[in-house]
Ligand binder design. Structure first.
Ligand SMILES: [Zn+2]
Length: 296
């Protein structure tokens, strides 16, 4: 893996996920804490206005605005579309031969009980090595691969040649919790250590294979004829992220109290269970397949 010169730690991509934004603020006040030999770390609050208002976004989801066609479209001028173009100039540009940064870690939180999860969306070697390092130093870290709900990598970190999003939960939107903050901060420090060791050539040999949750599909809530949500995540599944669902297991419970079971033949793991931000997207959870994958 080649050495890095500059990386970026980004928070506040979703303005109501306070943890990343407040961690970036803390680190900005103590720049020594992100200083490592051999590379520079840029700290950035990506959607400061949304953070100030404590909303996910002003007009549309910033974390889906980095599609190359959209970045190049002068007609795309929502608040977040313009912000995406600005970030792309500053940290990218996306796909450039010599982008401003080599790696972006984008800090998110989830209302789901997912612990610390690295969301990988490419087979980029650097991102996988970093995620493997993170897991080796904190066995509770899980790795989830996902192309996003659009099937493309339109995420903030996609403007750099490598990177990933970190999801830490459970935490309500708009809330700071010391335990979630500390878990996120620890992960950031591990990632900085990884790059320092990578540049110095002192990386420990990591396992050749990783346990990975591969996203299979997104599942919507049960709905009535008007399209309104007609059921909730079943209490036996609530907070049980990464649980293996087998045919017949309780999945939803209707408002009238009727249990709707999981009906697929293949057992799959439930992730992002009842994530608050997915209500507007029409998802109740993601289903994933646990596999072992070699490092790229
Ligand atoms: Zn987020």
């Amino acid at each position: 893996v080649k050495k890095v010169k500059k990386i970026a730690i980004v928070g506040g991509t979703h303005g109501n996920e306070k943890t990343g934004a407040w961690l970036v603020r803390k680190l900005m006040k103590a720049p020594g804490s992100v200083q490592r030999k051999g590379f520079e770390t840029i700290l950035r609050i990506s959607n400061a206005k949304a953070v100030e208002k404590c909303v996910r976004y002003i007009e549309e989801d910033l974390n889906r605005r980095f599609n190359p066609a959209e970045l190049a479209d002068p007609g795309k001028n929502s608040y977040e579309a313009l912000l995406a173009k600005e970030l792309n100039e500053e940290l990218g540009p996306k796909g450039a031969e010599k982008p401003a940064v080599d790696f972006i870690l984008d800090l998110h939180t989830t209302t789901s009980n997912m612990g610390v999860t690295a969301i990988l969306d490419s087979r980029d070697e650097l991102a996988w090595q970093a995620a493997a390092y993170l897991q080796a130093h904190d066995p509770n870290v899980r790795i989830f691969t996902w192309k996003g709900d659009t099937g493309e990598s339109d995420f903030v970190h996609s403007i750099a040649p490598a990177g990933f999003a970190l999801e830490v939960g459970p935490i309500p939107q708009g809330v700071l919790r010391a335990d979630i903050f500390e878990k996120t901060e620890r992960a950031v420090q591990h990632i900085l250590d990884f790059f320092e060791k990578l540049n110095a050539g002192t990386l420990e040999k990591s396992d050749a294979e990783l346990e990975v949750y591969d996203s299979v599909t997104l599942l919507d809530f049960p709905r009535d004829e008007e399209g309104e949500i007609a059921g909730m995540v079943h209490p036996e599944l609530q907070d049980q992220d990464y649980k293996l669902l087998k045919k017949g297991d309780p999945l939803f419970i209707t408002l009238e109290g009727e249990t709707i079971p999981y009906d697929q033949e293949e057992p799959l793991h439930a992730v992002f269970v009842n994530e608050a931000a997915y209500y507007e997207k029409g998802f109740a959870m993601s289903l994933s397949r646990k596999v072992r994958k070699p490092l790229p």
